[in-house]
Design a binder for this molecule. Sequence first.
Ligand SMILES: O=C(COP(=O)(O)O)N(O)CCCOP(=O)(O)O
Ligand SMILES: [Zn+2]
Length: 283
Amino acid sequence: MLVTGIEILEKAHKEGYAVGAFNTSNLEITQAIVEAAEETKSPVIIQVSEGGLKYAGIETISAIVRTMAEKASVPIALHLDHGTDFNTVMKCLRNGWTSVMMDASKLPLEENIKVTKTVVQIAHGMGVSVEAEIGKIGGTEDNITVDEREAAMTDPQEALKFAKETGVDYLAIAIGTAHGPYKGEPKLDFDRLKKIKEMLNIPLVLHGASGVPEEAIKKAVSLGINKINIDTDIRQAFARRLRDLLEKDSEVYDPRKILGPCRDAMKEVIKQKMILFGAAGKA
Ligand SMILES: O=C(COP(=O)(O)O)N(O)CCCOP(=O)(O)O
Ligand SMILES: [Zn+2]
């Protein structure tokens, strides 16, 4: 069933587990996410980035996800990931999305607060929940020094001010993760996470979670992470299966015989994440 993000995350926050938020941009990835959720009886957040919207078209990807979510037996939210453009956020609200991220983390704090507060007021008026970001979660490709990454981490006092002044439902925090494939092992600042959770007591979001060791994920969940964003691991599962399949069968040409097995490979990765996050059986 299609539900709001806060309906899913409030329960996770109260019961101390995390829900996977998996990015899609087409039919097969969406099918893989929904099938994984059904098979593990997990609530799930299906999310689309602005790049995903450009690739698929907002009306088309909305229709695919909403149709499958409404038919599903598990709770599913449709979420805009990293909405940096106000008008894109508004478009998603008009297309029946049940959760949006207003990502104004690149702006100075006061401007981030101002625009996020506006989105929260509008979204809440439509019964939609809101994620925002404080601190800067960059990409593993960004050439920044360790000190710069440290400086980009979320300041607990700023996070408290931000949450109070915006009324945001869940907050993405920077504690050492980054988007994309890691070169080395990411070091998460668990003390910072613990402090932020104690001070804010709302659902917290971990971006850039692909490639983070399982023990670190489990510790982050135990300290209060309730939404975990995964995209790179799914993309890499797709690409591995595709290469393997084409190497083994140079004659295959039916997209269904190519994309179907790739879909199944993505589904298996997603199921493992749902079990690792503690969401399995929580639907
Ligand atoms: O936090 C994550 C996923 O992080 P990951 O790379 O560790 O999977 N995300 O928000 C996914 C961001 C995807 O954006 P784009 O479609 O522009 O490539
Ligand atoms: Zn992200």
